[in-house]
Design a binder for this molecule. Sequence first.
Ligand SMILES: [Zn+2]
Length: 300
Amino acid sequence: MSRSSISQAVKNGRILISDGAWGTMLHELGLASGECPELWNLEHPDEVKKIASAYIAAGADMVETNSFGGSRIKLAHYGLEDRCSEINESAARLSREAAGEDHWVLGSIGPTGKMLIMGDISEEELFEAFREQAQALERGGADAICVETMSDLKEAEIAVRAAKEGTDLEIIATFTFELTAQGSYRSMMGVSPGDATKTMIAAGAEIIGTNCGSGFERMIPIVREIRDAAPGKPILVHANAGIPVQEAEGVRYPDTPAFMASLLPKLIEAGASVIGGCCGTGPDHIKALCDYRKGAEKED
Ligand SMILES: [Zn+2]
């Protein structure tokens, strides 16, 4: 393989641009609400590949996979738990076909929705489910596992350990933080960026970070907290296109590609080195980030 690891590229001083949202684009391509997005990896592979290709064409250095809800626990909502392996393998293969050999593929793993503290599920069941998903993503050709949108420290720790022990891939872990009334950032389950970072690194994550949340601007203080908890570790940010506004036609994300790109220097200064989008972002946002980076490199 000609690609180095993402961590190595960051250590060599590169700023990497990742991809944007998948859910939004799947809906644009016809995914109905209530339909299993991950089943599209088997039933509409060309549409899924189109999304990955659009991000590569926009200039992204890496693309995720359509497997955020691909654990057998999530797939069980649709009666698809027994197709977990083929769904995740296909997810990774489709992104790999779009990415070619010169771009990275991040195998997306999201939360299961089951609460350990409520006794919904055991730690062993969670571990097995995450390991199964991570291994299928590896078989399909992923370079890294991206455990993302996490809120519960224990679930995230189990996901990272399962991916680390079950595969040879690089492990990324990101949490979603919101601004509290007290003015600090916490996950929905009350975890601080510093605590999340330390626990994820101890569990085996090579890259840590934050995704979703409330837009690029609020990612800057979160990234500083992550950096202070783990100086020198690569930090990934997948930010939403601002704080969503509820409108008659649905939810609208206000941040334009140009606005997002204008915040890139501040985000990099805070410590981020892999930057992309989450909800409400599309290829135009990613292209704006890539263009901005190109301009900055010329000035050096
Ligand atoms: Zn999001």
